[in-house]
Design a binder for this molecule. Structure first.
Ligand SMILES: [Zn+2]
Length: 204
């Protein structure tokens, strides 16, 4: 398991950058934390109408969980399965509660000037495929370690992933996916050191 033997796309997404890809229905998508302790913001949009996209809030109620288990689906804002969670070779900590980082977030953390962000990575990645995203969905924050405490507070802790940890999804519809190697370096998200992400798309 884990190997996408007929990989059509094998790419590294550089640290702090993002890329979007076309995926056919039935194809597998493997997202790899190459060096460990790196959160990867992941988005998926329907190709027939990008106004339909992977929705964190519809996925939570669709599974009655904060994050799907392996075997469960991610749902769109029109409540259709868009991806299936096929494999998880990581500590299993992922987040679907926290917005993508954006210029305002970095400004609020005291950063002066331009800082790369997952929101800009999404916009530029989709724009490169000719899709101008109007709305930024709440992301699937792969490998992010943002635990929900018993008093319902959230914490931002460093990812627990080791080099080479990965997840695999199956596309249930023709989709665009976007991965952003989160550039957050002002808190613990990426243990202070943003690094690259790997992606493979294809079939077994
Ligand atoms: Zn980010």
């Amino acid at each position: 398991m884990g190997q996408i033997t007929n990989a059509r796309i094998v790419q590294t997404v550089s640290a702090r950058e993002g890329r979007a890809f076309l995926v056919e229905q039935g194809e597998l998508i493997k997202v790899i934390d190459v060096r460990g302790q790196q959160a990867v913001d992941f988005f998926a949009f329907c190709r027939h109408d990008p106004r339909e996209y992977l929705s964190a809030e519809h996925t939570r109620v669709g599974n009655l969980r904060l994050f799907p288990r392996v075997g469960q689906a991610f749902y769109t804002n029109r409540r259709r399965p868009i991806l299936t969670f096929v494999e998880d070779h990581s500590p299993g900590k992922h987040d679907m509660l926290v917005a993508a980082c954006d210029p305002t977030r970095y400004a609020s953390l005291g950063f002066k000037g331009w800082h790369a962000s997952c929101q800009e990575n999404l916009m530029s990645g989709m724009s490169a495929l000719g899709v101008e995203v109007i709305e930024v969905p709440s992301p699937v924050n792969l490998f992010a370690n943002f635990p929900l405490e018993p008093d319902r507070s959230l914490r931002v802790l460093a990812a627990l992933t080791k080099p080479g940890d990965y997840v695999v999804f199956k596309a249930e519809l023709p989709v665009y996916v976007c991965v952003s190697a989160c550039p957050q370096d002002l808190n613990e998200t990426n243990a202070g050191n943003p690094t690259e992400a790997g992606i493979e798309i294809g079939s077994r």
